[in-house]
Design a protein around this ligand. Structure first.
Ligand code: IPE
Ligand code: IPE
Ligand code: MG
Length: 241
């Protein structure tokens, strides 16, 4: 069966990571409150996850809320947490139906208790699913992640279970929140911003980057497929020739 992207299966990125940006601007352009942009953004998540499954992407990681996003006005933070709560309440059935495994990375203890519980339940329930792994980055900071890994390694050295001379790249990789995930092949950022905003700094070393001017609530199936096609046309050199 041919892939709906028109790309052969061996050129489909195994792992796509997305910085979902531009909800606020989408709302402002329409004279709507920012939260309406976030609401539309959470609908775009659903469409994007479905399109990834269709294309045969096995890992999708979405930057949903950064550690730095806690600095936003309390009303916006509260609304975002409510949306996450609603997403989990309303979408867990579909997640199960589509055979998606839900995971989360970040400082999950920062989340409101009820949201954290819902998240844990959805993750436990979906742990055995195999069509795609959907990872939500929540209260996530790549520097915090690397710092946490450094602390873990330091403790292991202190306790004598790790020899400093035995520390390799794999030692670090395996102590990140993403230990179980392959590195992203493709990093997409919407809304035209040319920055990484503290997302997966270690893991994106050799990711191909696609920045689209589309704002996140406008990003749909066709945009995802276009990004995959752009990726498939790139020549990944990894420092070679
Ligand atoms: C992305 O949209 C969603 C989150 C960061 C939670 P923004 O809220 O950053 O939208 P802009 O960048 O203000 O348009
Ligand atoms: C990055 O978007 C974080 C998420 C998409 C969750 P931001 O809107 O917070 O990033 P900056 O502030 O433009 O760098
Ligand atoms: Mg933004």
């Amino acid at each position: 069966m041919s892939n709906p992207t028109g790309i052969s299966a061996d050129k489909i990125p195994r792992h796509i990571a997305i910085i979902m940006d531009g909800n606020g601007r989408w709302a402002r352009e329409r004279g709507l409150p920012r939260i309406e942009g976030h609401r539309r953004g959470s609908e775009a998540v659903r469409a994007c996850a479905a399109a990834c499954i269709e294309a045969g992407v096995s890992h999708l990681t979405l930057y949903a809320f950064s550690k730095e996003n806690w600095q936003r006005p309390p009303d916006e933070v509260k609304a975002l947490m409510n949306l996450l709560d609603r997403f989990l309440a309303e979408r867990t059935a579909e997640i199960m139906e589509r055979n998606v495994r839900l995971r989360a990375i970040g400082h999950l203890d920062d989340l409101p208790e009820n949201t954290r519980r819902r998240l844990d339940t959805a993750m436990e329930k979906s742990a055995g699913n195999t069509a795609m792994t959907l990872t939500l980055a929540l209260s996530y900071s790549a520097r915090a992640e690397i710092t946490d890994a450094a602390r873990t390694i330091a403790r292991e050295v202190r306790d004598g279970s790790l020899d400093p001379d035995a520390v390799t790249e794999e030692t670090i990789t395996s102590r990140l929140y993403t230990a179980a995930l392959p590195d992203p092949d493709l990093l997409i950022r919407t809304s035209g911003e040319m920055r990484v905003s503290n997302f997966l700094l270690w893991q994106i070393s050799y990711a191909e980057i696609v920045v689209t001017p589309k704002l996140w609530p406008q990003f749909g199936r066709d945009d995802l497929f276009a990004a995959i096609r752009e990726y498939a046309g790139r020549h990944r050199r990894y420092g070679g020739i």
